[in-house]
Design a protein around this ligand. Structure first.
Ligand code: ZN
Ligand code: FE
Length: 242
């Protein structure tokens, strides 16, 4: 599988992902917070943007939709359940639907909780998943429009993907997540070891995502929560953690 994925850091801590499928030449943008840096990166690489994929309606995931579409004529795909809040959507999808990028197939997975209609784009043949603000390195999204039960179900669902699946999330939150993870599971040696790497990487100004499902199974206190109640407890603790 020869998919090329480029990271575009924007705003204070967002990552926009450019996904290029070289056989067809198609390129998708995942969660464009803004347009300019995305158009510039695609131009620099000689990639023609043909699609935008939105995981949820928040402006830091959709703010670049209109301008990128105006510049490229690309098609915009996003959650049917949030279509009213993303007026730029051309194609409305939900769990079980399939989206294609040239020869590559993305399966839509429903992961409601951060927002009510949040979706993930899973590319099983490429062993890649774009999770937006649902799963982060050692963290999970805040429960703005859903419940701990829903987020627990999401974590269980994602944990069942192959361990070597690469997880592309939309924010660089790893350092803050890791500090809480250490407090939540002080005896977890895998978290301590990972944090040493994360601290060094951030000190050098390097990104810490993508992550993998396997790494999250070992070090993510939300994926590791044994019940919805435990996830709820940990989410509330993280919300107030300094
Ligand atoms: Zn969000
Ligand atoms: Fe976000």
């Amino acid at each position: 599988m020869t998919l090329e994925i480029a990271r575009i850091p924007v705003l204070s801590d967002n990552y926009v992902w450019l996904v290029h499928e070289p056989v067809s030449g198609e390129t998708a943008v995942v969660d464009p917070a803004v347009a300019e840096p995305v158009l510039a990166e695609a131009e620099k690489r000689g990639w023609a943007i043909t699609q935008i994929w939105n995981t949820h309606w928040h402006p830091d995931h959709t703010g670049g939709n209109a301008d990128i579409q105006a510049a490229t004529g690309c098609q915009i795909t996003g959650p049917a359940a949030e279509a009213e809040r993303i007026p730029t959507l051309d194609r409305k999808v939900a769990g079980g639907d399939t989206v294609t990028l040239g020869t590559v197939r993305a399966e839509i997975i429903d992961v409601p909780a951060h927002t009510a209609g949040h979706i993930a784009f899973h590319l099983p043949n490429a062993k890649v998943i774009f999770v937006g603000d649902t799963l982060f390195a050692m963290g999970c999204g805040r429960l703005f429009e859903g419940t701990a039960e829903q987020m627990f179900a999401n974590m269980q669902k994602l944990a069942k993907l192959p361990a070597d699946t690469c997880v592309y999330c939309a924010h660089e939150y790893t350092l803050s997540n890791g500090r809480y993870a250490l407090a939540a599971e002080p005896d977890n040696a895998a978290i301590a070891a990972r944090m040493a790497h994360v601290e060094a990487a951030r000190a050098r100004g390097e990104p810490t995502v993508p992550t993998t499902i396997g790494e999250e199974q070992e070090t993510n206190p939300f994926m590791r929560a044994k019940s919805a109640a435990e996830l709820a407890e940990r989410r509330a603790a993280k919300d107030n953690f300094r």
